[in-house]
Design a protein. Structure first.
Length: 316
């Protein structure tokens, strides 16, 4: 073996021998520092995850409300189309116009689409499509009003154009034969916009801050490291002091684990049920979690104190 290989091996051996010769109280101080660091890490990560996940869930709730608004807008657009057909069926369109029902339905469509803008989760592209749908609505109303005003001259052709603006089917891709979004009438464009927001909602619900793997790694990871420190502490206490590990240390571990595990479960539960509250981000929950972690830190400190005090104040 080369000299570099032997020197590395010698360094590792010397390091191992020094660790074996370290006084038990020094090892306990290291382990105590590790336990307290994991309690602090859990507290900081809890604050980070609860804030970020709470923000994501709040945004997802707005998007979910926007999706429902777009569904209602599509129903209102269908009512407007029915009202226009009924008005055309009377044969007196020039006298009665499009009717109050058509005007009210299109006004509700505009209001619902405008409300959906607040929950847009697809950024600039979503805003562009919302504006496109609003433009289609304006065009549909203008075509209907023009058809009524010029009915004596244009006849049913003008009403047919207004009807097409509401109900025209989507165009199809020449290669795949699949419908092309936003190429049909207002009804189909509203359905396309609703699906676009559903896809964006799915991305919100699967973000890293709501992904179980990431959340569990952040909140339960420190607990795993803390568990290793507790096991190492139990070994040192048993070998060097002939004692069992303090129940206070186990309680500290359980309290820390309770905060991490409970927050992870509630986080995913709230992400899947957007109609309720986010309990893990509520002020009272945050106060309770931080109080538990503070208690865990105190218990951990007290758990190490008797063994360390044995060498500080030796018995006669």
């Amino acid at each position: 073996m080369s000299r570099d290989g032997w020197s590395l091996r010698d360094a590792v051996t010397r390091r191992r021998d020094r660790l074996r010769g370290t006084h038990p109280t020094t090892v306990l101080r290291w382990l105590r520092a590790g336990v307290l660091a994991m309690v602090l890490a859990t507290a900081l990560l809890y604050l980070l995850v609860s804030a970020q996940a709470g923000r994501q869930i709040t945004a997802a709730k707005r998007t979910d409300a926007a999706i429902r608004n777009l569904g209602d807008a599509r129903e209102e657009a269908a009512r407007a189309n029915t009202a226009l057909e009924n008005a055309a069926g009377t044969g007196e369109v020039a006298l009665i116009g499009t009717g109050t029902e058509f005007a009210n339905a299109t006004a509700r469509v505009n209001s619902l689409v405008t409300s959906a803008t607040e929950g847009n989760a697809d950024g600039q592209q979503g805003l562009i499509q919302i504006q496109f749908v609003q433009g289609q609505l304006t065009t549909s109303v203008q075509l209907a009003n023009t058809a009524v005003r010029d009915y004596d001259r244009s006849g049913p052709a003008g009403l047919k154009a207004a009807h097409q603006a509401l109900t025209a089917p989507r165009e199809q891709d020449r290669v795949t034969k699949r419908p092309i979004p936003y190429t049909g009438g207002l009804l189909n464009s509203l359905a396309d916009l609703q699906q676009q927001q559903r896809d964006a909602l799915g991305r919100q619900q699967n973000s890293n801050w709501l992904d179980p793997a990431h959340v569990w790694a952040l909140l339960v990871g420190p607990v795993v490291v803390m568990l290793l420190c507790v096991l190492a502490t139990a070994d040192v206490v048993a070998r060097s002091f002939r004692r069992y590990v303090s129940p206070r240390l186990l309680l500290a571990l359980l309290a820390t684990a309770a905060v991490g595990v409970t927050t992870s479960v509630l986080c995913r539960y709230a992400a899947g049920r957007l109609t309720g509250h986010t309990p893990f981000a509520a002020p009272w929950t945050t106060a309770l979690a931080l109080a538990l972690l503070a208690a865990a830190g105190v218990l951990a400190w007290l758990a190490y104190r008797p063994r360390l005090a044995e060498y500080r104040f030796p018995r006669s």
